[in-house]
Write a protein of this length. Structure first.
Length: 342
C-alpha cells in the first residue's frame, strides 16, 4: 500500500511517500523557521500563506524523486489536527483536492499520532507495548502505547509544554527562535553550579508536568541581574534551565515505566532532539534496565514521513479508514486519547 503524507500543522510543510512493502520512498520538507524568527515565534497567518506556496512544489518533488506516478498512490493521509487552523486547512485542501482529482481516498491523521509512531520508521523500531514521552512545542504527554490506535494517557502538562518552556526561556535570554536548539547549545558552556532552578512537580505522586513556573524562575533570575547579562551568565542560566527540565522529564519517564512494568521507552516530538535529554535518558536506561528509542533526528521535528507512515499503519488495520469524501474539516484542538479506537 502506497500512501502520500501531508503535514502542515505549524511551521513546517512536509510531504512524503510511504510504501508498506518498500518503506519510505521519498520525503521533502520546508521549514519556515527563518521567516518566523524575525517575529520571535510563529505568526499563524504567515504560516498558512507559506504552506500554500510550498505544498505543491514539495508534492511534485517527492513524486519526481521516487519516480512514482501520481495515480499509483492508494491513499492520501494529511494532518487533520491539532495545530493552527489556517495551516491545517492548507494541507487538508491539498489532500482533498488531489484525492478528488485522482479519485483516491483521503484520511485525516492526528499530528501527535504521527510523532508517536515516528520511532517505528527507524532501522531498529520498538515493539509494542511501550511508554511514549511526547515532547513538542505544543504538547508534553506520557502515554502507554499498546498498538496503533491504542493509546492511554498517563500524564500531561498542566500548563506550558516542554518545547514552549524552551522557546520562552530562550526568548528571555535573547537567544532567538526557535529556542530549543539555541538554549541547548548555550547550556553546553554553562557552569552547572552557578544557578539552581526549581524542578516543578518532580515529587508529585502523578505523572503530570508543569513548566510555567520554571520559565518564571528564568525570568526572575534574568530580572535580578544588576548589570547587562553577559554571555557566560546566559550560558549558566541556560544550563540551569536544561538541567531542571531534563531531570523532571527523565524522572517522570522512569516512574511511568515503573508503574506500568514496561521496559521500552519511546521519545517523540521536537524536544526529543535535545542532546542533554538523550544523554540523561540513556544513562537512566542503563541504570534502571530499560531500552530507549528515538526517531531519526530528521523525524523528531514535524515532517511528512510520520504522517504518511501513520496513515499506512491505520490503513493496514482498517482499509476503510480512508474515504472518497472530500468535504474536509480540520481539528485545531483534538485530544489524542479520543482516537484510541480504530
Ligand atoms: O514537534 P515539533 O517540531 O513541533 C510541534 O509539534 O510543536 O517541536 C518543536 C519544538 C520547539 O519548541 C523547539 O524549540 C523544540 O521542539 N526543539 C528542541 C530542540 N529541537 C527542537 N528543544 C530542545 N532541544 C532541541 N534540540
Ligand atoms: Zn509536531
Amino acid at each position: 500500500m502506497l500512501v502520500l503524507g501531508i503535514e502542515s500543522s505549524c511551521d513546517e510543510t512536509g510531504l512524503a511517500l510511504y510504501d508498506t512493502e518498500r518503506g519510505l520512498l521519498a520525503h521533502a520538507l520546508y521549514s519556515q523557521v527563518a521567516m518566523h524568527a524575525e517575529y520571535g515565534g510563529v505568526v499563524p497567518e504567515l504560516a498558512s500563506r507559506d504552506h500554500i506556496r510550498r505544498a505543491i512544489p514539495l508534492l511534485e518533488q517527492v513524486f519526481a524523486e521516487s519516480g512514482i506516478a501520481h495515480d499509483a498512490i492508494d491513499a492520501i493521509a494529511y494532518t487533520q489536527g491539532p495545530g493552527l487552523a489556517g495551516a491545517l486547512l492548507v494541507g487538508a485542501s491539498v489532500a482533498c483536492g488531489l484525492g478528488l482529482a485522482l479519485d483516491k481516498p483521503v484520511l485525516g491523521i492526528h499530528h501527535l499520532e504521527g510523532h508517536l509512531l515516528s520511532p517505528l520508521l527507524a532501522s531498529e523500531p520498538p515493539e509494542f507495548p511501550f511508554i511514549a514521552l511526547l515532547v513538542s512545542g505544543g504538547h508534553t504527554q506520557l502515554m502507554r502505547v499498546d498498538g496503533v490506535g491504542q493509546y492511554t494517557m498517563l500524564g500531561e502538562t498542566l500548563d506550558d509544554a516542554a518545547g514552549e518552556a524552551f522557546d520562552k526561556s530562550a526568548k528571555l535570554l535573547g537567544l532567538g527562535y526557535p529556542g530549543g536548539p539555541a538554549i541547548s547549545r548555550m547550556a553546553q558552556f554553562g557552569d552547572p553550579t552557578a544557578y539552581k532552578l526549581p524542578r516543578p512537580m518532580l515529587h508529585s505522586k502523578n505523572l503530570d508536568f508543569s513548566f510555567s513556573g520554571l520559565k518564571t524562575a528564568v525570568l526572575t533570575v534574568v530580572k535580578n541581574q544588576t548589570t547587562n547579562i553577559c554571555e557566560q551568565d546566559k550560558a549558566n542560566i541556560a544550563r540551569a534551565f536544561v538541567d531542571a527540565i531534563v531531570e523532571v522529564l527523565t524522572a517522570k519517564c522512569v516512574t511511568a515505566l515503573k508503574h506500568t512494568g514496561l521496559k521500552r521507552l519511546v521519545i517523540a516530538g521536537g524536544v526529543g532532539a535535545n542532546q542533554q535529554l538523550r544523554e540523561s535518558l540513556n544513562a537512566a536506561a542503563v541504570k534502571k534496565h530499560f531500552k530507549v528509542f528515538y526517531p531519526e533526528l530528521e523525524f523528531c521535528t514535524d515532517n511528512g514521513a510520520m504522517i504518511a507512515f501513520a496513515g499506512a499503519m491505520r490503513l493496514q488495520i482498517n482499509p476503510d479508514a480512508a474515504k472518497k469524501d472530500y468535504a474536509f474539516n480540520v481539528k485545531p484542538r483534538w485530544p489524542l486519547d479520543s482516537i484510541s479506537t480504530i
